[in-house]
Write a new protein. Sequence first.
Length: 137
Amino acid sequence: MAQIVFRRTLVNRQMTAFHKKYPLYLTPTTAVTAPKNTDPAYLPQYVDKLRDIDSLNHTQQIQTIYDAWLHGLTKTPFTQLANLSGEPAISLPTYVSKQKMPLGIQFEAAKGNDKLLLKVGAYFQSQHKFKLLDNYR
């Protein structure tokens, strides 16, 4: 547990320093176009093991979680930083592929800077930069 707290503290310090120089951090929202709803976030073959995770030792628990969720997390590597740091982020729909699947961009801001993200979103919307699936069906 101490290692997790140390890592979270380190991430928070690094992101606080980053945002002193850069108010926004821009990444793709996902590494690929959005997966279909039928594409699972975690792999089904791990469901029983996850249900019985209390019977595993700590190392096995961590490995099971990693193995089960790797499938989904490889598609969303950019959202993890906001999840770990607790910083606000906004995802904006800015692209639709030829297969009619969305791909967006994500902005992340310093803690307490939610209003900046809402202004960025409003700006993209006012400039007609959103690409909505309804327009491509």
